[in-house]
Design a protein around this ligand. Structure first.
Ligand SMILES: CC(C)(COP(=O)(O)OP(=O)(O)OC[C@H]1O[C@@H](n2cnc3c(N)ncnc32)[C@H](O)[C@@H]1OP(=O)(O)O)[C@@H](O)C(=O)NCCC(=O)NCCS
Length: 182
C-alpha cells in the first residue's frame, strides 16, 4: 500500500530545521545501521540492546519495506539534510487482532525535544487509520518519562502495566501499557 521512498509530509522543527517524513527505501541502509547501533550504544530505552550487522539490518530494512507494501505495517522515517534521523512504526496485529497495531518510535539523540516525535506520531496515527486500524497500543519503560509525556499528549491512556517485564541497566523495570482508539 505504501511504496518505498514516498514523502508523506514536511515541516520545520522547533529549532528551524526542515524535516521530511517518508517511507523507507533501501538507500536508508547505512544511516539505519548507524542509527540503531548508536541507540544501542546509548542504552536508549528501546526494545532491543543488540548491535546489528549490515546483513541483519539489510534483512530488517527489506522486511519493513515489504510490510509497508503489503499493508501489514506503517513504517515511517524522519529525514534531515538527506539523512534518516528517526523512525516510527505501527505494526498490524494478525487474525483476531488485525484491527489493532503496536506503535514504536525513536529518534537520534541530537534530534530530540524539538517536536519531531510529536509530528511522527501524528503521521503514524493518520496512516494507521487509513489502513483501517482501530486501536493503537504500546509498551513503554516505566522510567521513560519523556516518551510517556509524548504519548499522553497524543491522547494515549495508560491501560495497565506488566511488572518487571523489561530489563534496564541490570534491573527489572515495569512495562507501562498505553492505548488510543483511532
Ligand atoms: C521519546 C521520543 C520519541 C520523544 O520524541 P521527541 O521528538 O523528543 O519529543 P517532542 O519534542 O515531540 O516532545 C513531546 C512531548 O514530550 C515532552 N518532552 C519534551 N522534551 C522532554 C524531555 N527532555 N523530558 C521529558 N519530557 C519531554 C513534552 O511534553 C513534549 O510536548 P511539548 O513539546 O508540546 O511540551 C524521543 O525522545 C526518543 O527517541 N527517545 C529515545 C528512544 C525512546 O525512548 N523511544 C520510545 C520508546 S517507547
Amino acid at each position: 500500500m505504501m511504496e518505498p521512498g514516498k514523502v508523506l509530509s514536511t515541516f520545520k522543527a522547533k529549532n528551524g530545521i526542515s524535516v521530511v517524513l517518508r517511507t523507507p527505501d533501501m538507500h536508508d541502509l547505512s544511516d539505519m545501521l548507524k542509527f540503531i547501533n548508536d541507540l544501542v550504544a546509548e542504552k536508549a530505552m528501546i526494545a532491543t540492546s543488540r548491535k546489528q550487522t549490515l546483513e541483519s539490518e539489510a534483512d530488517y530494512l527489506s522486511g519493513i519495506i515489504s510490510s509497508n507494501i503489503k499493508g501489514n505495517a506503517v513504517h515511517i522515517v524522519a529525514e534531515v539534510n538527506g539523512h534518516m534521523i528517526g523512525k516510527g512504526e505501527v505494526t498490524r496485529g494478525s487474525d483476531e487482532s488485525r484491527h489493532t497495531g503496536t506503535l514504536g518510535i525513536s529518534l537520534a539523540k541530537n534530534y530530540r525535544s524539538i517536536g519531531i516525535g510529536t509530528a511522527l506520531v501524528k503521521e503514524l496515527l493518520k496512516q494507521a487509520k487509513r489502513l483501517g486500524i482501530k486501536l493503537v497500543y504500546l509498551e513503554v519503560f516505566a522510567n521513560n518519562v519523556h516518551a510517556q509525556n509524548l504519548y499522553k499528549k497524543m491522547g494515549f491512556k495508560i491501560t495497565g502495566a506488566l511488572p518487571k517485564k523489561l530489563r534496564y541497566g541490570g534491573k527489572y523495570v515495569d512495562a507501562v501499557l498505553m492505548a488510543k482508539k483511532l
